[in-house]
Design a protein around this ligand. Structure first.
Ligand SMILES: [Zn+2]
Length: 238
């Protein structure tokens, strides 16, 4: 980073005072060079998925300083995801997964402290997650109505709550798989996302439901941008 240029508008005649505070006469912004550099470093560590406690040790920073940047990034990611949302369409895989908790619970029930996540994946497109209260028919239909275009093609497993998805388009469940030789009836895309998310969520054991929603959106964003330069994306978001 060039110290003589404004970090916001790149104007080359910024004024620096004795405390290292910078003032840009063009865009009228005031900032601290040291602080800006520090935040940049923290964003890099966030992009590289280095936990806040580890990052704070390596960077010799207070844990809270790092954690605050991480959480603010997560909130910004969630906000961006919401702003950019458009309904999924075309071929959509729908599936549910449970995160956290120790015991194995029954599917479709709020079981043993686990958090239910409903996932939808648009083939050749994005994954979108939501957190319904349960996996009852009503919740599944409501999520589908809100997040998917009518007339889409839905692929699910055989779970009973998915049986009514034909209301919103065509529906194939995995028990049709053998009847369709072209092999399109599967939910492999979502399975890929679940393992991506579960592996990472292990690092955040024991987080509250409120935080869980933020972490889930973070993982969704990371997955949808897995082929992009995340450091650049997160810096822009900031
Ligand atoms: Zn400026």
């Amino acid at each position: 980073m060039d110290r003589r240029k404004c970090v916001f508008c790149h104007y080359s005649r910024v004024r620096t005072n004795s405390l290292g505070r910078i003032y840009c006469p063009r865009c009228k912004k005031r900032y601290s060079f040291k602080k800006t550099e520090r935040v940049k470093k923290i964003i890099e560590y966030f992009a590289l998925e280095i936990p806040a406690n580890k990052a704070s040790k390596v960077l010799h920073l207070n844990y809270k300083t790092v954690y605050r940047v991480y959480q603010r990034l997560r909130r910004k990611i969630a906000k961006r995801t919401e702003e950019e949302f458009r309904k999924l369409s075309g071929e959509i895989e729908v599936d549910d997964a449970y995160f956290g908790g120790r015991r194995k619970g029954n599917r479709g029930r709020a079981a043993s402290g686990k958090t239910l996540v409903l996932g939808m994946l648009e083939r050749e497109g994005r994954v979108f997650t939501s957190l319904p209260e349960n996996l009852g028919l009503g919740q599944v239909l409501e999520a589908t109505r809100r997040y998917a275009e009518k007339g889409s093609v839905f692929y699910t497993d055989k779970f009973r709550s998915y049986k009514s998805l034909f209301i919103y388009g065509r529906h194939f469940s995995l028990d049709h798989a053998e009847k369709f030789a072209n092999g399109r009836v599967h939910i492999n895309g979502l399975e890929g996302f679940w393992s991506f998310a579960k592996e990472r969520m292990l690092k955040y054991h024991g987080i509250s439901k409120k935080h869980f929603a933020l972490y889930m959106k973070e993982l969704e964003f990371r997955y949808n941008h897995r082929n992009n330069d995340l450091i650049k994306l997160f810096t822009e978001l900031w």
